[in-house]
Design a protein around this ligand. Structure first.
Ligand SMILES: [Zn+2]
Length: 443
């Protein structure tokens, strides 16, 4: 076991009392009881006139929000009497940020530091985590809420999370995150991927659990290394695509497999995407193999992925990964995400998606402003496109998910990651200066 008795006691008894909600939130905020507060908050009309803001660093405009949506963008807009107003004072306006690949069910955000002494193999991390969660009583429901709110406070209004489904925990973690999704649904759109973290075939009974997870309310079917973990890529992927077809749901498959083995698995995924009419409904997360294949093998794979609408989710780690600009040039959507945030897999990650954009920019050596804007695109429009989040963007008609920061340009926002001066979610102000609205803090 990779944890101390003291850690277990702390986790079991204290963790839910001391969640960290955002960089300025306090434990007292978190412990404030919140029955009825969210309902009262949501009863207020989602209407707002945001004056003097610069969309993506452009010329100043006003943005009129009505019924949770962007009604009008223009200069000197007039709003119906009684519409609340906010002076943007020339701030940079971004759309709500998008987390395209996370695991909010397993985070220890806000809890005691986890001493990581886990082995280096993928299977070491999987086995350690499953044992730790089972023994410690780690609470996916409470912890996913803590992290989801920290995301919201820093401007993330849409989020895809993979949630462990395995034969030890069953659907417990899924049910916990479903609760968080339901509570926050009017403010933050959470997509749940039912994720067989311990393998689909490796532990008999997992496929049936995944099937139940989809029937219970997961949004996306998840998968994991059909060759390395399951050892039978054809049967693994056939099983996975069959579950997706039966529930008419999209797929998001973790593929850590490198080189020619990864390319082999990727081709099997693309074959099934094409044969089963799943075009535009498949994401391959990580897809490391595209980072270490020669161009002559990578290019046709990218062209095929573009043709089939298969997107990539990347965390931009410092190893071989799909080359961002080449993927985009081929027409493949690349979205950004944290993967785990402060869990037994690793201590890194942060709910601030501008920080993730900066890490993407640094990993790919992006220096020119227009290239750094590509890094932001991975956590905004590309993220929304890859996850199929609807009604996204800064044009009229879209859901009013708006983020204000003090920055001259998009590139500066990525590099500086300024405190979010204002976060608007579906037309309602949910955070100011990085602090969640008090009525939301106690949820
Ligand atoms: Zn992951």
């Amino acid at each position: 076991m990779n944890f101390t008795r003291r850690q277990l006691l702390r986790i079991a008894g204290v963790s839910t009392l001391l969640p960290v909600l955002g960089r300025h939130a306090t434990a007292r905020d978190a412990a404030t009881p919140g029955p009825g507060q969210l309902e009262a908050f949501l009863r207020r009309p989602a209407t707002l006139l945001l004056r003097n803001v610069r969309p993506m660093g452009g010329t100043p405009v006003d943005v009129l929000v009505r019924d949770g949506r962007i009604a009008q963008v223009g200069t000197a807009l007039r709003a119906p009497a009684g519409t609340p107003g906010e002076d943007g004072r020339g701030a940079l306006l971004l759309p709500g940020l998008v987390e395209g690949h996370s695991h909010i069910d397993k985070t220890m955000w806000g809890m005691e530091w986890y001493h990581n002494a886990v082995g280096n193999q993928l299977t070491d991390r999987i086995e350690n985590e499953r044992a730790f969660r089972d023994a410690s009583g780690h609470d996916a429901r409470a912890q996913s809420m803590v992290l989801a709110k920290a995301f919201l406070a820093t401007g993330t209004t849409r989020l895809r999370t993979h949630v462990d489904v395995d034969t030890q925990a069953g659907l417990k973690h899924l049910e916990g995150v479903m609760h968080t999704r339901e509570v926050l649904r009017e403010l933050q759109q959470i997509q749940i991927v039912a994720f067989p973290q311990s393998g689909l075939l490796a532990r008999p009974g997992t496929a049936e659990l995944l099937d139940r997870a989809m029937a219970t309310g997961a949004d996306v079917v998840g998968g994991l290394d059909p060759s390395n973990i399951d050892g039978d890529p054809v049967r693994s992927l056939d099983t996975l695509f069959d579950i997706a077809a039966r529930h008419d749901k999209p797929l998001d498959i973790h593929l850590h497999e490198m080189g020619s083995l990864g390319a082999f698995s990727l081709r099997l995924i693309l074959d099934r995407t094409e044969a089963l009419g799943m075009q535009g409904r498949v994401v391959v997360s990580h897809c490391f193999c595209l980072g270490d294949l020669p161009d002559a093998q990578r290019t046709p794979l990218l062209e095929r992925m573009a043709r089939l609408g298969v997107a990539i989710a990347t965390t931009a780690p410092p190893i071989a990964i799909p080359p961002l600009l080449a993927c985009r040039a081929a027409g493949v959507t690349v979205m950004g995400g944290n993967d785990g945030i402060r869990d037994t897999w690793g201590p890194y990650g942060n709910p601030d998606m501008l920080r993730r954009a900066m890490l993407i920019g640094m990993r790919f050596g992006l220096r020119r402003d227009e290239d750094i804007a590509v890094a932001l695109d991975c956590v905004t429009w590309s993220g929304a496109r890859g996850c199929h989040f609807a009604d996204y963007g800064l044009d009229p008609g879209n859901r009013a998910d708006l983020v204000l920061v003090d920055a001259q340009t998009v590139a500066q926002a990525v590099v500086d990651q300024p405190v979010r001066r204002l976060v608007v979610a579906a037309g309602r102000i949910v955070a100011r200066n990085g602090v969640l609205e008090s009525r939301l803090a106690g949820i």
